[in-house]
Ligand binder design. Structure first.
Ligand code: SF4
Length: 424
């Protein structure tokens, strides 16, 4: 290694890559397990304090490697106990991660990209355009930081949370991870796979495959490859019962339509050794996809596709005219699916007072695609039109943020409803 080359970041090495690292140093592979335990179970990032590794080896390690984490620049606490952290990554962008405590479990929602190239119409992240893929260290670093912030190092691994919802005494606070933060995880395939392997690795976080979920908008070729890399759980962002509507809401559907997507997901689920089913995510948007007929169509579409359905009432944000459906629409939609024999849950809205509810994550993305500028220009034009027509704007509407950089630091990009609507 020349002086100019960056040192290897041990934070981002899976067990296999850590073993290769030590072999390269002329050391035994068991050093990899030792090092993973220091970093991911004890939260140690100073090589000098890894006391079961000899001093000469520590010096050797330090000459070629280091342990680098992304930076936490802000922490926001919700009234409901959830927590959002703003995480600055090496590209200069910031992403967001959210911890949601519930009875019997603690879920961490992790980002995989700064921004997103896919532009789903109901998603704040998509409006920001795309900046970069996160590295393995930046993805697993979010889990590391959550454990650090929530006093999770040095306590029992997450699998000791019992399945009946009663935690073992003093378990780790993060029992579940969902790759549902900013970005499409399967468009950052290799890095996400390495990060998942660390989440599920006994020498690292030891999370159960049932408690680690990849959420995808439907990148079919990547789903087809998944079985060779992981056996994590899968959630599919469907959001519509037919191709015409889905192509409007989830543009990647034009490339990989519903039939192909369901075929690919079934193929992956068939390779798993247990009887898990995928979760179908369906964001309910008032007047767009929340009609009873949509529910009936969805019930028919999925009739030969074992799954659970998770309904997510739309969470408002600036630059979106969509609205959340009424409680009765949500309830009707759910009832139709329930009567058709599906297991249906309605996601409780959490942390919307800190802009951390589903679909609201924005971070601060140095957009490479100019998409965010286009959205702001459109909002500005709309605002001018409305002003000419005598329409007043609230400072929290889309036009209210025009010209300012998207930033969660001041929550500009999120429409906070006041008073907050009750959770569904
Ligand atoms: S929903 Fe997911 S895939 Fe779609 S734009 Fe948002 S982050 Fe990207």
């Amino acid at each position: 290694m020349t002086m100019r080359e960056a040192k290897i970041n041990l934070m981002g090495l899976s067990l296999a890559k850590m073993q290769a690292f030590f072999l390269e140093l002329g050391e035994k592979p068991f050093r990899a397990s030792q090092t993973l335990k220091w970093i991911h179970q004890r939260g140690v990032i100073d090589i000098d304090t890894m006391t079961d590794i000899s001093k000469p080896l520590r010096e050797k390690m330090k000459s070629v490697a280091e342990i680098r984490l992304p930076h936490i620049t802000q922490e926001l606490r919700s009234a409901d106990g959830s927590c959002k952290w703003i995480v600055q990554v090496e590209s200069g962008s910031s992403v967001e991660m959210v911890f949601i405590p519930e009875a019997g479990r603690g879920t961490l929602c992790i980002s995989s990209q700064a921004g997103c190239s896919l532009d789903c119409s109901f998603c704040a992240t998509g409006k920001q355009g795309f900046n970069s893929n996160l590295t393995v260290a930046e993805i697993i670093g979010q889990l590391w930081w959550a454990n650090q912030k929530l006093a999770g190092f040095g306590v029992k691994p997450a699998q000791e949370w019992s399945e009946d919802g009663k935690p073992a005494q003093n378990p780790r606070p993060v029992s579940n991870v969902v790759m549902m933060g900013m970005g499409e995880p399967l468009l950052n395939f290799e890095n996400v796979m390495d990060a998942l392997s660390l989440m599920m690795e006994d020498q690292a976080y030891g999370l159960s495959k049932r408690r680690v979920t990849i959420s995808t908008s439907g990148v079919v070729p990547a789903i087809d490859r998944l079985k060779d890399f992981t056996d994590a759980s899968l959630a599919v962002s469907l959001h519509a019962p037919n191709d015409e509507l889905r192509s409007e809401l989830v543009p990647i559907n034009r490339k990989y339509p519903i039939k192909e997507l369901l075929r690919s997901v079934s193929g992956y689920m068939d390779t798993l050794s247990d009887r898990r089913v995928p979760v179908i995510e369906y964001t309910l948007i008032a007047g767009v996809n929340d009609h009873r007929q949509h529910a009936r169509e969805l019930a028919v579409l999925l009739k030969d596709f074992p799954c659970k359905i998770n309904l997510i009432p739309f969470n408002p944000f600036a630059l979106s005219d969509y609205r959340r459906p009424s409680s009765s629409s949500i309830s009707n939609f759910r009832q139709i699916l329930h009567e058709a024999g599906y297991t249906v849950t309605v996601r409780t809205t959490r942390a919307d007072d800190i802009g951390a509810a589903c679909g609201q994550l924005v971070g601060e993305v140095g957009d490479n695609t100019r998409r965010s500028q286009r959205y702001r220009d459109a909002a500005e034009a709309q605002r001018e039109n409305d002003q000419q027509g005598g329409v007043e704007h609230n400072s929290e509407t889309a036009a209210g943020v025009t010209g300012k950089r998207f930033s969660s630091a001041d929550n500009l990009a999120v429409v906070i409803e006041k008073p907050s609507r009750p959770s569904v």
